[in-house]
Structures are given as C-alpha cells and as structure tokens.
Design a protein. Structure first.
Length: 339
C-alpha cells in the first residue's frame, strides 16, 4: 500500500476526534471564551447579564473543504425569576458532510445560601435540538469510473431530534458542570452506505471543574480548570487542562489563557519503514480576550502537536459577544461566569 494512502486512512480515522460530522455541535475550546453555555445547558441564564455570543472557526487555511463552524447563542434570565431560557443556532461543514442545527434551552437555578452575597447555587438545564445532516454526493460519480449502487449522486439529507441534559454547581469561587449530550438514540446520514459500522448511540458525557483564585485587593485573578469528555459508543475519552488569567481594568477586563487537549486513545499508522506506530490527539490552544463595557472579543488559535498531521496550519476561532439586561453584581466571589 502506498504511503499516501496509509496517511489518508490514518488521518480520516484520527481526526474523528476533532471533526465529528454527525454528533451535533462540535466540542472545541470555544467554551473558554466566556461561552460555557455552548456545551452545558445548565449555564443558560447563570450570569447577571443576558448574553449573545457569535463564534466563527476555520481549520486548515488554504485547504479545500476544510472544516468550518459558525455558532450564534443567546441566553438569559426570565426577569427576576430563577428560570432562564437560551438558544443556539449553528452550521458546521466538513468536506462533503455538513449539518445545521438549532437548540432551545430551559434552565432553573436554585439558591441554597441565605442571601445573594455568598454564592451557593445548583442549576439544571435541558436543551432540545433539531439537526439536519447533509451529504453532498453530486461529484462522487464524476470522480469514480465505477458505478456504485450505494451512491445516488444527489445531496442526501436527514433530520434528527435529540436532547442534552446537565447540571452546574457554583459555590463561592468553585464551579462544576456535568452534561449528557445526545441522550436519545438516532443515526446520522451514512446508514445505507456502511450499516455495519454505524451506531445510533451518539451519547457523550462532559464534566468540567474549576476554581478562581484572587488575592484580596488585587486586580489579578487566576482560573485553572479541567474538562473531561467521554464518547459512549466508541469508549473514547479526552481531557482539556486549562489555565486563564484576568486583569481588572477601568473599562472592563483583559484576559488570556492556555488550553491543552489530550486524547486517551490513539490511532495506529505505518511509517516509511513499514513499522507500526501510534499517536494520540494533542492540541495546544492559546486564548486572548477583552471585555470592554458590555462588549466582548476573543481569539484562540489551536495547534496540533502530533508528528503526523494533515497540515501544519492551525485552527483560528473568533468570538464576539454582547451583554445586555445587566443587573448589579450579586455575589462576593471571583466568578467571571456568574458576576
């Protein structure tokens, strides 16, 4: 087998960790840009402001049909109640596959402290989503001289419904989130092409834990956190190890951070000497951001550190945000996601 073909196979398998085309909204590091609601429905309306966030992500600049993602999210409290609503629209394209989805979220927040000064809150969130998958086969028959009965040469389309459920707990400067994504069983769009290797179990488990440190009277605060994710069907797991730093300014705050993602599972490949090696997904993502009055801007760049990669070009992502209907800061805590 030619080395070029081996690399193509390995890359196709390996990048399923980061470019899932049939599992709903992809999970990147955009949640670190003041956007935890993207992955945890229980974070809808947790802050003292309603939030709009727009993100754009482009992978592998210069490559045709490279993965790209656009998301638009909105969440906020219903008046002064403990209930909140949210919504997410997104479009994700990866080569011949694409998906468009919309989620609606309801969240409820329970206060355990006797006053709003001390933060002690448990939140629950439920998201319901409609996702339309597409597979563009219009060029498949042109590229292959062999007639394949599994290829219709059209744009295949299928819609699915699924739900996400999770909870969040905030206690002073500590927080924890747990979410089950794609609770219901359903399939994507390749069910007729490869029914043996298809699964209707798209369930994914997410767990995030973090703490914000701050010395009394200091303008600086520090936030280490981790995020674990586990895919039920394939038993794949990965971890994000994150560190962020904030500096309070007259106009708002500036902040930055670093995220390291490591997969616990690897993919095997052949070297030029026909020896078998294995590598695991490893990514480093620096993040910078600024909050100016009610506006927010952030940028992150993801670089894959593996020796065998599709291209050396990284992944660029921009986030624009706006906060509105803001209330006073209710809690005496270093909790940027809440206050």
């Amino acid at each position: 087998m030619k080395m070029k073909n081996v690399l193509a196979i390995v890359i196709g398998v390996f990048f399923t960790h980061i470019a899932i085309s049939q599992e709903g909204l992809p999970i990147y590091t955009d949640y670190l840009t003041d956007n935890y609601y993207l992955i945890h429905p229980s974070m809808a309306g947790v802050a003292n402001c309603s939030k709009i966030r727009l993100t754009g992500r482009q992978q592998w600049f210069g490559q045709d049909d490279a993965p790209r993602l656009l998301t638009l999210s909105l969440n906020g409290r219903i008046g002064d109640s403990q209930s909140a609503f949210g919504g997410i629209l997104y479009t994700d394209k990866n080569g011949y596959h694409s998906q468009t989805g919309a989620y609606v979220t309801y969240a409820h927040h329970l206060m355990f402290s006797r006053s709003e000064v001390d933060l002690n809150m448990l939140s629950f969130g439920l998201s319901a989503g409609l996702i339309q998958y597409k597979l563009d086969e219009t060029t498949f028959l042109l590229d292959s001289p062999i007639d394949d009965p599994a290829i219709d040469g059209i744009v295949q389309s299928r819609g699915n419904f699924n739900i996400d459920f999770g909870f969040s707990y905030h206690y002073l400067d500590f927080y924890a989130h747990a979410t089950v994504k794609n609770v219901l069983k359903n399939k994507g769009i390749n069910t007729d092409i490869d029914p043996v290797n298809q699964t209707d179990n798209l369930r994914r488990y997410l767990l995030s834990v973090g703490y914000v440190f701050n010395k009394y009277g200091s303008e600086w605060s520090y936030e280490p956190s981790v995020m674990l994710q586990y895919r039920d069907a394939t038993e794949e797991a990965s971890i994000d190890v994150n560190a962020k730093v904030y500096k309070q300014m007259d106009f708002g705050k500036i902040w930055g951070g670093l995220s390291y993602r490591n997969s616990f599972d690897g993919a095997e490949y052949l070297t030029t000497s026909n020896s078998v090696r294995s590598q695991k997904l490893q990514q480093i993502t620096p993040i910078i951001g600024v909050n100016y009055n009610q506006f927010m801007f952030a940028y992150n760049y993801t670089y894959q550190t593996n020796s065998l990669v599709f291209t050396n070009g990284g992944y660029h992502q921009f986030t624009l945000g706006y906060n509105f209907n803001c209330k006073r800061k209710r809690y005496e805590c270093n909790c940027p996601a809440v206050n």
